[in-house]
Structure formats: C-alpha cells, structure tokens
Design a binder for this molecule. Structure first.
Ligand code: ATP
Ligand code: MG
Length: 434
C-alpha cells in the first residue's frame, strides 16, 4: 500500500483557520512598520554558506549545528538555507551600496531554517519579522526599536510580555571581561558541566546563558560584563534607559542576557512571556555596530531585532483563544446560488460584476440542489445570498436573501444589483448588521 508523504519534521503546514490569523497579524505588523518609517526588503532564502560563518560566528549554536547547508550539485557552491535574516540584510546593503544615500530603516519577513530539536515553539522552519536600522549610532534608535515593540504588543492586544535589557559594551571591554571570565571559570574545574567545558575557550560568554540548574550558583558569582563597561558604553546604556523611562516602558536589566549570536555589542534586549513554557522569548535584538565592517563594508553602526511569528501567534491564541480566530475570519459579502437550465452564465457574469464593484463574492460551483446550495451559503458566513433561477433570468433579475436576519426576499434588476447590495451592506441608513 502507498504511504502518503508527510511534511519534513519540524516544518509546519499552516492550515486556513490559523493562516487567517497569520494574515491579520501581517496586516497589523505592516501598518506598524510603516508608522515607524521602516521600508521592506525581500531577500533570498538561500545564501553562500560563508556569509553565516562570517556574520554569526563560527562557534555559535547556529553555525556549529543548526544550519541546513548543502553543496549545489550543479556547480559545487556551498549554500545554506538562511537561519536568520540580519546577515542577508547586511549582505544586500553592501552589495547594493544602500548606505550611500544616508541611514536606512529596513524590515524583512519570511521563513528561517534551523536544524533544532522540534518542540512546542521551536521548529526547523519558522518565521520571523526582522527590523534593522543602519547608520544610526545613538541610543535613540535602540530605544525607539524597543518602544516600537511595546506598541506592537499593545496593537495586537497582547499583555504580559516583559522586557529584559543588557549592555554588552565594546569589543575591547568584552575582551577584558572575557579574559577575567575564563580565568574564573578555569578555577571552577570539575564544577563546570560538559557544555561549559566545551565552550570555555571558544565562547565563554555563552556559559553565562546556561540553563543547567547545577550551574546557576557558579554563573551568578562570575565576573559581570557590566562591571567592565567604560564611560561611553555606560552613557549609551543610560541614554537608552532614559528614553524607555520617558516612554513609560518597564524593563529589567538582566546582566546575563548575552543573546545567541556573536555580532552584538552595547544594547541587547529580549521580550519574554511566561505563557509559552520554555520557548518564551518572542522577540530579541540589539546593536551590532561591528557587523558591516566584519562583512567587508565601510564600518557603520546598526541596530535591529527579530520576532518569532509562531510564538506570537501561539500567544495570541493562548490569550485570546477562539476570539482571535473569529476576528480574523473573512466571510464573503455575497454567496451566489444558481439553479436551472439557463442560470450558470448570468450567475457567473453577475458574480464578476459584483467583484468589479468591490464586493467579495463566492460563486457556488459544482451544481447541487437549491437546498444544498443554500446550506453552503449559510456555512460561508456571507450575510447575503444572491439567487438566480430560470424565472429570475427570464426577467433579468436576481433574488436577494438576507442570511443573518429575517427580511423579505426581494427581486432586483441585475443592473442595479451592485448599488442595492452596497447600500444594504454599507449604506448610511443601515447599521450594516444583517
Ligand atoms: P532561542 O533562545 O529561543 O533559541 P534565539 O536566540 O536563537 O532564540 P534569535 O535568533 O534571536 O533567537 O531569533 C529571534 C526570535 O525568533 C526568537 O526570539 C524566537 O521568537 C524566534 N525563534 C528562534 N528560533 C526559533 C525556532 N527554532 N522556532 C521558532 N521560533 C524561533
Ligand atoms: Mg536558538
């Protein structure tokens, strides 16, 4: 027997009931991005593998073990399905000299690929919105991006997403801290877990991010990067905080927040919810002033963040349940029912004419009894059914039936249909409820 083929593990189909919620989410997000002056950029899903090794860092989780990399069988090129968008965005910025015209605010969206262990809120294909500002050095843009997120949560009706921030200082400050940290960790000997021992010389900062309960006390007592920050880094961090306070955005400084990617400096932040279990970070970002230079461009400051769409949608569903889906559901304005020898062509034409007039129209296709067609009309959620039978067609009319309230059925000449329906649905003399 033939087995049906299943989707790749960790890669999801988003079915219509949920996809409608995604559509509505997209609309809210895009309006919000416009309100802050961010412009879209569309980037390839596949990039040369060295881009990510250079941008994200050789010893990060992503590059070490999460990338879908392959060799192009036709020309031998090393390629990778993008695990994140910032590297691609900077590549495009440099390739097309986008910074020559001054600073840029850009956003991108779409699927990202990471070979992680699939679990709730963690998938192998997942979706992000990424927001990046290039060419701005001051704390104003960092703060604006954080405040911007708070506004989105509000517009989506999401509560309870808390903000954690930290400063990673400058590369020199990090270097100094790193040396002290390694010395401290080396003194811990056997108390370090296997993961920490592996990272001790490659990426010791990540040890501070350890989720192992046995490591917590050790991590608590480790030298803090915050204590190594110089005057400029502190001033930048305070600048961000002052603007957050002005905007009334509560936050917590988390000195252990380091983020999983290597390219960050100064401000880093995460938005976290407790309602999604272990996968509670819905958005993360920060400043990456070194990345453009690292990828071969003329150095320029940058700051950005990415949010995980699956997690935000899950939160919408957790907080708003069926109400969120209901609000996102789109029903047609009119369902066209037709039955008889002569009705298909006029029904088809009437449906097109109504769409031309701006209405959403579902034309019944595939025949069936009048009764079964009316059942479909009802199930479609449309407020109106337009009925064409042989009698109507003979008279050049259609019958209009309200489906959500009792009103007498009326025959209306085809020429005035669009106006009549428009009045009925959106007219001033009507509250629109049918
Ligand atoms: P995490 O600590 O959860 O692994 P991360 O630091 O790897 O996250 P980023 O690379 O900063 O995540 O990506 C930004 C956001 O994208 C995350 O906050 C999260 O919401 C989402 N995200 C990251 N990886 C996944 C995944 N595998 N599945 C679903 N969403 C993800
Ligand atoms: Mg990760």
């Amino acid at each position: 027997m033939n087995q049906t083929i299943q989707a790749v593990r960790g890669m999801n189909d988003i079915l219509p009931d949920e996809a409608e919620l995604w559509e509505r989410f997209d609309e809210t997000v895009r309006a919000w991005l416009r309100a802050y002056g961010y412009r879209p950029i569309r980037l390839p899903l596949v990039e040369p593998t060295p881009l990510f090794a250079r941008a994200i860092g050789e010893v990060t989780d992503i590059v070490e073990k999460e990338m879908y990399s392959f060799v192009d069988a036709l020309n031998g090129e090393a390629l990778t399905l993008r695990p994140e968008g910032t590297a691609s965005c900077v590549r495009a910025l440099l390739q097309h000299s986008l910074l020559h015209g001054g600073p840029r605010r850009l956003w991108y969206a779409g699927p990202m690929f990471r070979h992680e262990r699939p679990q709730k809120g963690r998938y192998r294909q997942f979706h992000q919105y990424g927001v990046e500002a290039f060419g701005y050095a001051g704390p104003d843009i960092d703060a604006e991006q954080i405040v911007m997120c708070a506004r989105l949560w509000e517009e989506l009706g999401l509560g309870g997403i808390r903000l954690e921030i930290n400063s990673l200082g400058s590369p020199a400050e990090r270097q100094h801290h790193r040396a002290e940290l390694v010395a401290y960790l080396e003194r811990q000997g056997e108390a370090l877990d296997a993961d920490a021992r592996r990272r001790l010389h490659s990426n010791p900062l990540r040890i501070l991010d350890s989720k192992n309960p046995q490591m917590q006390a050790l991590v608590e007592a480790a030298p803090r990067l915050m204590d190594f920050l110089g005057e400029d880094s502190l001033a930048h961090f305070e600048g961000v905080q002052a603007l957050l306070k002005d905007a009334g955005i509560p936050y917590r400084i988390n000195p252990r927040l380091v983020r999983g990617l290597d390219y960050y400096n100064l401000t880093v932040f995460e938005w976290i919810t407790d309602r999604l279990g272990a996968q509670g970070t819905v958005c993360g970002g920060g400043r990456f002033d070194g990345l453009i230079g690292q990828l071969g461009g003329k150095p320029a400051p940058a700051c950005g963040f990415a949010m995980g769409v699956e997690r935000l949608i899950a939160l919408l569903e957790a907080e708003q349940g069926e109400a969120a889906r209901q609000a996102a559901r789109s029903a047609p304005d009119v369902y066209v029912v037709h039955q008889g020898e002569t009705t298909l062509r006029p029904a088809f034409a009437a449906a097109e004419a109504l769409r031309g007039a701006g209405l959403d129209v579902l034309l019944h296709c595939g025949g069936g009894s009048f009764k079964s067609q009316m059942r479909r009309a009802d199930a479609s959620g449309a407020p109106l059914a337009l009925i064409l039978g042989d009698d109507e067609v003979r008279e050049g009319c259609a019958s209009l039936k309200t489906l959500r309230e009792e009103r007498p059925q009326r025959r209306i000449p085809l020429e005035t249909l669009a106006d009549e329906i428009g009045n009925l649905l959106f007219g001033d003399d009507d509250d629109g409820s049918l």
